[in-house]
Design a protein around this ligand. Structure first.
Ligand code: ZN
Length: 162
């Protein structure tokens, strides 16, 4: 089910989230709702607080053909390198800007079966995962923004950074 995306100013976007102790039918429903909402918003990632759920769940899918990452209780255990690139957020419409992120990360998480999983992510995938995990700690990309890029200059930015 597509849920309402919470946008700033919304206090829920600034809260610490709770660990998932047990994957229940509500957890699975939340995963499905997050997916539907992410797709409807044309996003590459979404975190539970963005639909008003105060738990440690985030989804990431850069392209339709990519495997959907359902990250439950994600934790970055290793991060190396840095890289600056532009970001936006479903919860902060019309604002885009550059953020410094780690280039490569290793993340431990649970999948929907409750299996302990690990992903090694680089470049843009690593960036999106870091953006979503920040949401789970009440942190937004504008907190880390180096320079705002006006919407009208986004296309030129992408062209010059690819
Ligand atoms: Zn976001």
């Amino acid at each position: 089910m597509i849920r309402e995306i919470k946008v700033l100013p919304n206090d829920g976007l600034r809260e610490q989230t709770e660990q998932i102790d047990e994957i229940s039918s509500e957890t699975l429903e939340l995963l499905d709702d997050l997916y539907d909402t992410m797709v409807s918003g044309d996003g590459v990632g979404i975190a539970a607080p963005q639909i008003g759920e105060n738990v440690k769940i985030a989804l990431v899918q850069i392209d339709d053909e990519d495997e959907l990452l359902e990250l439950i209780n994600p934790k970055i255990i290793l991060a190396t390198g840095t890289d600056i690139f532009v970001e936006g957020c479903l919860s902060i419409p019309k604002i885009y800007g550059t953020v410094r992120r780690n280039e490569k990360i290793v993340v431990n998480y649970l999948d929907r079966e409750g299996e302990q999983c690990q992903i090694i992510a680089e470049d843009y995938l690593a960036r999106v995962i870091q953006h979503e995990i920040d949401h789970l700690n009440g942190i937004l990309f504008i907190d880390k923004m180096i320079e705002e890029i006006p919407e009208t200059e986004l296309e030129a930015y992408y062209e010059s950074h690819n």
